[in-house]
Design a protein around this ligand. Structure first.
Ligand code: RIB
Ligand code: CA
Length: 325
């Protein structure tokens, strides 16, 4: 029987959803890359990097290091913006360390960045397959905003934009602002103000994606080099989240954005209008969220809950799949 033969009563598996992952590795960005590369429901077209958790030189190096450890020898990594649109860069060494991915032993990447800028890479991938590509952004939105400015047509060519960022409740940098939005509020205002569908996975839902010691042990039991690397990342992430955020188990924020593409049924999302505060002295970077009635037509959707066990099953399956490459 060939792959193409239909079996009566059996649903054909949906084609994997093509994505470009814009990120700032970053411990949870690293797990997002692993999920995107290992889950068969996602087709990772490439990774673009941006300044955020650390400088763009470091986040690019870290993305190449994850690709190397995971055996993703053909993965395109394109380096992007080295600072927010208007503001000075704020990094997060208190959470991610001086390297941006402290914890595991240093990696000498065998995967290297492609020529060209991340903004052009994003535009190229979206425009070569109109209606098909999803932009998943798990970092400050500087690259995505500039892609919109450089080629406004991506707003109608993209299938969807899914971001990790913001919160309809409290922030994690200030009471009002989550880090990715706090770093570049102007970029976020451009992204949420554009005529394309945006789903926001904010802290309200990503704080449900905690990696308990039991979950971490399941990852370690995979036994592959990439699984060991993941547990070393989580050990460090656990230490900083306990110290900086008073959370015993670290939340793998960014993997939620990828998981939503792989299996939207893992999440409950609600229609909403999300507006970005860019002027507030104490509220800059706030994602001001107005929920709409269920079923309302809305450009924005906001994650509110997560099926945690099924989420981690998907992440662990993906990491195990990488280990077999
Ligand atoms: O607030 C959490 C977000 O900020 C995550 O994307 C994490 O990687 C950091 O970038
Ligand atoms: Ca990130």
């Amino acid at each position: 029987m060939t792959d193409g033969d239909a079996v009566p009563g059996r649903m054909a598996a949906a084609a994997p959803r093509p994505i470009v992952l814009d990120c700032d590795p970053g411990h949870d960005d690293a797990l997002a890359i692993m999920l995107a590369a290992g889950d068969p429901r996602v087709d990772l077209l490439g990774v673009t990097t941006v300044a955020g958790n650390q400088t763009v030189e470091k986040t690019t190096h870290n993305a190449c290091a994850v690709a190397t450890v995971a055996g993703l020898t053909g993965l395109d990594v394109a380096a992007g913006c080295d600072r927010p649109l208007l503001r000075e860069l704020t990094t997060a060494p208190g959470i991610h360390g001086a390297s941006g991915m402290d914890g595991p032993p240093p990696v000498a990447p065998s995967v290297h960045p492609v020529q060209g800028h991340a903004v052009d890479f994003l535009i190229g991938k979206v425009m070569e397959a109109p209606g098909e590509v999803t932009i998943v952004a798990t970092a400050p939105l500087t690259n995505v905003a500039l892609a919109l400015r450089r080629e406004p047509a991506i707003a109608t060519a993209v299938r969807e934009v899914v971001i990790m960022g913001g919160a309809f409740g409290r922030g994690n940098v200030t009471p009002a602002a989550e880090f990715n939005i706090f770093v570049d509020p102007e970029a976020a205002a451009i992204v949420f103000g554009a005529p394309w569908p945006v789903t926001m996975m904010g802290l309200d839902v990503t704080h449900q994606a905690t990696c308990t010691r039991e979950t971490q042990a399941r990852i370690g039991a995979i036994g592959s080099p990439v699984a060991t690397f993941a547990t070393q990342l989580i050990d460090y992430f656990r230490s900083t989240y306990r110290r900086e955020q008073s959370m015993e188990d670290p939340p793998v924020h960014d993997a939620c954005a990828v998981a939503y593409v792989a299996d939207p049924s893992l999440f409950n999302v609600r229609p909403a209008l999300v507006e970005i505060e860019t002027k507030g002295e104490r509220t800059s970077g706030m994602t001001v969220t107005t929920f709409m009635p269920e079923g309302a037509s809305a450009r924005h959707h906001v994650g509110t809950s997560l099926r945690r066990e099924a989420f981690w099953d998907a992440v662990i399956r993906a990491i195990a799949a990488l280990g077999s490459v």
